[in-house]
Design a protein around this ligand. Structure first.
Ligand SMILES: [Zn+2]
Length: 98
């Protein structure tokens, strides 16, 4: 499985300062609410994935959102921008992609 997660930011991502992690990739990230390190532009931050209960389609399920509000200013974090998250040995590197 690839160690690169690529996401085109939705309006919700941009509005809430989070990055949706799609369910097929949950296993490539630490479990929800567990703090882990990310690196953006050479700076290191702690973040976590926050689960959200949802009923957009039955049955009730969860969406996972990676918190990015505290480092989004270092990225193009507007709707439609592409963000890549690459898993490294001791942190995840977050950058804009295309
Ligand atoms: Zn849902």
């Amino acid at each position: 499985m690839t160690k690169l997660y690529r996401r085109k930011l939705s309006r919700e991502d941009a509005d809430t300062g989070t990055i949706l992690i799609t369910k097929d990739r949950w296993r490539t990230f630490p479990p929800p609410m567990q703090e882990f390190a990310v690196e953006i532009g050479g700076r290191r931050f702690a973040t976590r994935i926050v689960p959200e209960d949802c009923a957009c389609v039955p049955p009730p399920h969860q969406h996972y959102h990676l918190e990015a509000g505290h480092f989004r200013k270092l990225l193009d974090f507007t709707k439609g921008a592409v963000v890549e998250i690459e898993q490294g040995p001791d942190r995840y590197v977050v950058r804009n992609g295309r």
